[in-house]
Write a protein that binds this ligand. Structure first.
Ligand SMILES: Cc1ncc(C[n+]2csc(CCOP(=O)(O)OP(=O)(O)O)c2C)c(N)n1
Length: 280
């Protein structure tokens, strides 16, 4: 039996056996354990989740936080960050959660550039509610809700994140746990809004987009202009196709964070205290 870690919880996991949410959970635990080994405290992390299969991760990580509303993890994460800017806040959302109901928060998160990390479990399906199409589902995807297949082009979230001024934009493959953990660690260390889109299979719905490992390739870590990153983003449009799928860090830029622009939050960060300890 594997050793119990501080990040583990005793709650039984109810994801479908074989779901790649298990791999995402593994990658997140690997990252946090790495950071704990480097001296970070578990109590310095806070998490927020949306509602969906992905949201169950809330029960499987021993981190404080808010099991939030569908689509609303990002404003909740921002609220936590304002409450205590010393926390490392991680938001978990599904593609339905963030790119449908939560899309406006996603766009504004890039503009605010609060120092939070967003991890998206993108299985191109509203899986918990039995497989309706989400904004990233491929054209033609048939579900109970759209028996003639989905009309219209899928949203390219990498492109949207770049256009919305997210200061860290990356894509990972859920099945490549080590690489995903590496990217999540870089995202958490990034100062500003960091976005990690994880491509994930759903083994019950939208089977057509599964098993894309062979199409994926790792991009270099070199610094890119936004134009170059956009070009890379266009290589994969979330339709079926046979083309390549780049994974890795598309774009990263140093920019003033939300917290750095508020003197009160700066004081809390500099003194490593929260509002309660702030003397008038
Ligand atoms: C405000 C609100 N709208 C809609 C729902 C219904 N709902 C619950 S889970 C879910 C699907 C979640 O899909 P996704 O975010 O893609 O996550 P997955 O289940 O695929 O991990 C929906 C639509 C809800 N619970 N609350």
């Amino acid at each position: 039996m594997s050793k119990k870690l501080r990040i583990d919880t005793p709650i039984p996991i109810t994801w479908c056996p074989g779901c790649s949410n298990f791999e995402i959970l593994k990658a997140v635990k690997l990252t946090i354990n790495n950071l704990l080994k480097k001296g970070e405290k578990l109590t310095n992390f806070a998490m927020v989740t949306g509602i969906g299969c992905h949201g169950k991760i809330f029960d499987y990580l021993n981190i404080s936080g808010v099991y939030s509303l569908h689509g609303r993890p990002l404003p909740t994460a921002l609220g936590i960050k304002i409450g205590n800017p010393n926390l490392k806040v991680i938001a978990f959302q599904g593609d339905g959660d963030v790119y449908a109901e939560g899309i406006s928060h996603f766009i504004h998160a890039g503009k605010y550039n609060s120092d939070i990390t967003l991890i998206v479990h993108d299985n191109q399906s509203f899986s918990l509610t039995t497989g309706q199409g989400t904004p990233t589902s491929q054209k033609g995807y048939k579900s109970k809700a759209e028996p003639f297949g989905k009309f219209g082009q899928p949203l390219n979230p990498i492109r949207l994140a770049l256009a919305s001024n997210a200061s860290f934009v990356a894509r990972a493959n859920a099945r490549d746990v080590e690489f995903t953990a590496e990217i999540i660690e870089k995202a958490i260390k990034h100062k500003g809004f960091s976005f990690v889109e994880i491509i994930q299979d759903c083994i019950v719905f939208n089977l057509d987009v599964n098993n894309r490992d062979k199409r994926m390739y790792k991009i270099s870590n070199k610094k890119r202009t936004k134009k170059e990153a956009m070009k890379l983003a266009d290589i994969y449009d979330y339709n079926l196709g046979k083309g390549k799928i780049p994974i890795g860090i598309f774009y990263s830029e140093k920019r003033k964070t939300f917290e750095e622009q508020w003197p009160q939050l700066q004081r809390l960060q500099k003194k490593k205290i929260n509002w309660k300890n702030l003397k008038k």
